[in-house]
Write a protein that binds this ligand. Structure first.
Ligand code: ATP
Length: 332
C-alpha cells in the first residue's frame, strides 16, 4: 500500500500535498446540515475511503467538492486549487462518477469513449485503448453497452474518467450492485491505478469491509461529521474514541465494588478474560485506576488496553452517535 499515506494522513499539511482538503465545510438543506463542519485531508497517491452509513452525507460531500452544489460555509481545495474560485482548473484533472454512469446503450463501449474523446483534444483519443485495457474491457470493447453487466458499465465509467488522465478519481459507492467477482475486479483496478499510475482514488462507501480491503486511508463520517480519519492501520488500531482495558486482579468482586464508586470509570463488568473496564478519560486514566485499586489493597496482575478492530470502531462510532447522553454508571 502507498507510503504517501503514512506521511500525509496525520499532519495538517498544506493543500499542495493533498488531493482534497476541506476546512469547516458545511452544506445545509434548510435547517439540516448534510455536511457539518468537515475538515477532510486526502493525501495524494492513495485510495481513500469515505465511509459512512446511509444518509451520512457522502454524496452531498462529493457533489460539493465537484461544485455541483454550493457549500453553505467553509473552504475546500481540490488538487491544490481553491474551489469554487478555481473550479475549472481544479476539475481539469479530476474524473468523477457520482451516480450510475450513463451511456449510449446501442453503441459499443469503444464507440461511447470515442464520442467523449471527440469533444476533447487529439491526445484523448490515444488514451481510449489504454483506458479500456486498464479497466479490463479490451476484449469486450466492441460489444454494445446494453449487453454489459453492471460491473462492466462501472468499469467503462472509470475508463471514461481516464480519458482526462485524472490525478484524482472520485467514485460514489462504486461497488453498489456488483457481485463478489465484480467487487474483486474493481478493487484490483483501483489498486493498480494507485500503485502503478500514482493516481488518487476517493471512494465513498457504506461497506466497511470494502474500504478496509481497498483503501490506504479513510475518514469515517456520520450525520455529516467526520468522526475520525487517517491511515487505515491507525484507524484499525483504534484508541481515540473509547479507552477500554482488560484487568486481571486477585479479587474481582472487591475490584468491581471499588470501581463502582470511581469517577475514572464509565463501565466495568466481568468477562472471560478478566474485568473489562471502559475508562472515563484517556489512556493516562489507566495509571490512576491502577493506583486506586492498589490503594484499596487489590493486587493488579494485568492491565491491558483493548485493541478494537475497524469493524468494532465503525459500529461503536455509529451507535455512539445514536445515543444522545451516555449515562455514567457502573454495571457488574
Ligand atoms: P446514501 O448512502 O444513502 O446515498 P449519503 O451518505 O450519500 O447516503 P446524502 O445523500 O449525502 O447521504 O444525504 C445526507 C443527508 O442530506 C440526508 O439526510 C439527506 O436526506 C439530505 N439531503 C441530501 N440531498 C438533499 C436535498 N437535495 N435536499 C434536502 N435534503 C437533502
Amino acid at each position: 500500500m502507498s507510503s504517501t499515506v503514512q506521511r500525509a494522513a496525520g499532519d495538517s499539511g498544506d493543500s499542495g500535498d493533498l488531493a482534497i482538503e476541506t476546512r469547516g465545510l458545511t452544506k445545509r438543506f434548510g435547517e439540516r446540515a448534510a455536511i457539518d463542519g468537515v475538515d477532510l485531508r486526502v493525501p495524494r497517491g492513495c485510495a481513500f475511503g469515505f465511509l459512512g452509513p446511509n444518509g451520512a452525507g457522502k454524496t452531498t460531500m462529493i457533489r460539493t467538492l465537484l461544485g455541483l452544489t454550493h457549500a453553505s460555509a467553509g473552504t475546500m481545495h481540490v488538487l491544490g486549487h481553491p474551489v469554487p474560485l478555481e473550479r475549472g482548473q481544479a476539475l481539469q484533472r479530476v474524473g468523477a462518477i457520482v451516480e450510475e454512469p450513463r451511456f449510449h446503450m446501442h453503441l459499443s463501449g469503444r464507440e461511447n469513449l470515442r464520442i467523449v474523446a471527440a469533444a476533447r483534444g487529439p491526445e484523448t483519443r490515444e488514451r481510449i485503448d489504454p483506458a479500456l485495457a486498464r479497466v479490463g474491457l479490451s476484449d469486450r470493447a466492441s460489444e454494445k453497452v446494453k449487453k454489459y453487466s453492471m460491473g462492466m458499465r462501472q468499469r467503462l465509467g472509470v475508463a471514461r474518467c481516464l480519458l482526462a488522465d485524472p490525478l484524482l478519481l472520485i467514485l460514489d459507492e462504486p461497488t453498489n450492485g456488483l457481485d463478489p467477482g465484480g467487487i474483486q475486479e474493481f478493487r484490483e483496478m483501483v489498486r493498480a491505478m494507485v500503485e502503478q499510475e500514482g493516481r488518487t482514488v476517493f471512494i465513498s462507501s457504506h461497506l466497511l469491509d470494502e474500504v478496509e480491503k481497498t483503501c490506504d486511508a479513510a475518514a469515517i463520517v456520520d450525520r455529516g461529521k467526520v468522526v475520525t480519519q487517517g491511515a487505515m492501520a491507525d484507524l484499525a488500531a483504534g484508541g481515540t474514541v473509547r479507552h477500554e482495558l482488560i484487568l486481571g486482579v486477585d479479587d474481582a468482586e472487591r475490584a468491581l465494588e471499588t470501581l463502582k464508586g470511581s469517577e475514572l470509570v464509565l463501565e466495568a463488568r466481568p468477562s472471560d478474560e478478566g474485568l473489562r473496564v471502559i475508562l472515563a478519560g484517556g489512556p493516562q486514566t489507566a495509571a490512576q485506576l491502577n493506583a486506586v485499586l492498589v490503594g484499596a489493597g487489590i493486587g493488579v496482575m494485568r492491565l491491558e488496553p483493548v485493541r478494537h478492530s475497524l469493524e468494532a470502531r465503525f459500529l461503536e462510532i455509529t451507535s455512539r452517535l445514536d445515543a444522545h447522553v451516555e449515562p455514567r454508571e457502573v454495571s457488574a
